[in-house]
Design a protein around this ligand. Structure first.
Ligand code: ZN
Length: 279
């Protein structure tokens, strides 16, 4: 079974994460399959708009930190930058090389895809899941969607693609990160983090209708408009801010590894879920 599905109709490509059993936790196999799908959609003249979706009840519960197919020690052909292979490199070197490629580098690469992208989000959009929604241009959320970045429990100041202050405002970003609490779809819309909230049953129809409307516009016009807003966002500090926070993120990983069990402060998918759902 493929970890990412690709369908195309009427100028719209739908790229769907397909590990529903694990709430679409992202292992590197999925990251590279997503990259293949985005590359295919970018290159195909028939495709005007790309929708990123998650199969099953949840968009994505984050990075894979505990399924049987976790593959952090596997080599892939690197594409997001020129960092060397992380496998076999000790300490911070391996972590920095890996996360530069598969987390920060890949999300930036996808943000720069010169066609509009829409994240279609239902259920959990947590930690690494946020990175995928945020690097899309628009976010359409089902009314059952929720958003959280609880990595402060690991002593870490937010996920690698640190867009928080730009997508929800600095004041709320601090509360979101300090508490790790879930934010529901309505609140996310009020914060400006999602474009619209629709009933769960209508998520696909509404998202495809929006995609269809955009797909009727001229291709180059859309590409230039996307770039205009992304450049403005970078001038508001997004790109440089993210680079500076990436260093803090890796200070946290290194500290965890130096004083404790591992770079995630001994936390697992199970312990993180138990902390978020005490009942
Ligand atoms: Zn990390």
């Amino acid at each position: 079974m493929s970890v990412v599905d690709y369908e195309q109709a009427g100028g719209i490509a739908v790229v769907r994460m397909n590990r529903p059993r694990y709430r679409n936790a992202q292992n590197s196999a999925m990251t590279y399959a997503l990259d293949d799908a985005f590359y295919r959609a970018a290159a195909d003249d028939e495709v005007k708009v790309i929708v990123l979706a998650g199969a099953g009840e949840h968009f994505s519960a984050g990075h894979d930190i505990g399924t049987p197919e976790r593959d952090v020690d596997t080599s892939f052909d690197r594409r997001a930058g020129l960092w060397w292979d992380h496998v076999g490199k000790p300490g911070a070197e391996g972590r920095f090389a890996r996360e530069s490629e598969v987390y920060l580098g890949m999300c930036r690469r996808w943000r720069e895809l010169p066609k509009p992208t829409i994240a279609m989000v239902q259920g959990a959009c947590v930690a690494g899941g946020l990175m995928l929604a945020w690097c899309c241009d628009l976010v359409v959320a089902a009314d059952d969607a929720f958003f959280a970045d609880p990595v402060v429990r690991m002593g870490i100041p937010g996920v690698e693609y640190f867009a928080h202050p730009w997508v929800m405002g600095p004041r709320f970003a601090k509360e979101f990160l300090f508490t790790g609490d879930r934010v529901d779809a309505q609140r996310a819309a009020a914060l400006g983090m999602v474009n619209r909230v629709v009933p769960r049953a209508d998520l696909e129809t509404e998202t495809l209708a929006l995609a269809g409307k955009i797909a009727a516009m001229p291709r180059l016009g859309l590409a230039l408009t996307k770039r205009a807003v992304n450049q403005a966002e970078d001038l508001m500090g997004l790109r440089a801010g993210m680079d500076s926070v990436f260093g803090l993120h890796h200070t946290a990983h290194a500290h965890n590894a130096e004083v404790g069990a591992d770079a995630l402060a001994g936390q697992t998918a199970k312990s993180m879920k138990a902390a978020a759902d005490p009942d």
